[in-house]
Design a protein around this ligand. Sequence first.
Ligand code: SAH
Length: 370
Amino acid sequence: MSELRLAAAPGADLPHLLGLDRSGLTALLQQWGESPFRASQVLQWVHQRQVDDVADMSNISKTLRARLLAETRWDEPEVIADQLAQDGTRKWLLRLPDGNAIETVFIPEEDRGTLCISSQVGCSLACSFCATGAQGLNRNLASHEIIAQLRVARRHLGLDAITNVVFMGMGEPLLNLKQVIPVIRLLLDDFAYGLSARRVTVSTAGVLPGLEQLGRETPVNLAISLHASRDTLRDELVPINRHYPLAELMTACRHYPLPPRRRITFEYVMLDGINDGDGDARALVRLLQGLPALVNLIPFNPFPGSPYRRSSTARIDAFREIVLRAGIMTVTRRPRGDDIAAACGQLAGQVRDGRRALVRMPAPRPELRP
Ligand code: SAH
């Protein structure tokens, strides 16, 4: 591994092997005069078996191994914090070469292990109840930086621990589709991570051009961060609503090319006294009428400086009852890992123990605050 890293470090403009999906890898191999079927073998070594050293790629010719070593990069972000919550949720803080930091969260459940990955450093959407939104956008992640999050988790947990992947960490995946789509392809490739499309979920605040592209190019699950059923309130909570208001968002959902027997998940953060009344529940029911929907109520997770409170359990139950009674499948998401700030909306990519914050924080944008 050290040999590989030493060889790779100076060539920052070399293609990054971890971020190449099957088509990218095939193109590179063809350029090198290699047979395209080698792509499956390389994918298997790099992703499925996750070797750290080209020398381990025993069925690959010496010539090809030498070229991979000399002409591609494999470097990975450094793990600078590794936290375990009481409920088994685990969070890693990774430092990127430019000094930015991102977070990745593993959520173990009885029947599955979900990795929640980041797609951007920060986020440009400034949702008023989200810690990532409060820090603004630093930059998009490259596909290899997104894949590196899986590698780190699998190195710590074992190669089979991750059964599901959700793009619900830092960032808006639909504003970085150029890098996110190759990652999705690797997640679904039998020779890489081999996940079924049902086990991969992309969550979006409703970036409509990206939504169309996602539906055209991938069969993964879709989650929409809805959070309000009226434009006036959604404009405030999810400011991208001012560009793509509810009527357009719902039309896009109705036209989304859903695979058979699949539902769109609608995420709804429960904010005390803001969006959690009986009237809000009824408006939600009207909005989702006729859609194959699953409503996911998320009790608000506070973060330092957040202006909201979590709705009471009784209020969440009453809200859920109204939506359920209307025949819409509704579940309440259990907060996970909140003791290590790993729950939904708490990711900020910062070192919180008093050391220097690694994320460069742009000036706050007060006009977008409620
Ligand atoms: N940008 C994407 C993915 C990010 S977050 C999106 O908006 O969907 C994943 C989910 O966590 C989203 O539904 C988001 O709205 C929700 N979330 C953000 N902040 C939260 C908070 N403080 N408490 C609970 N859920 C939150």
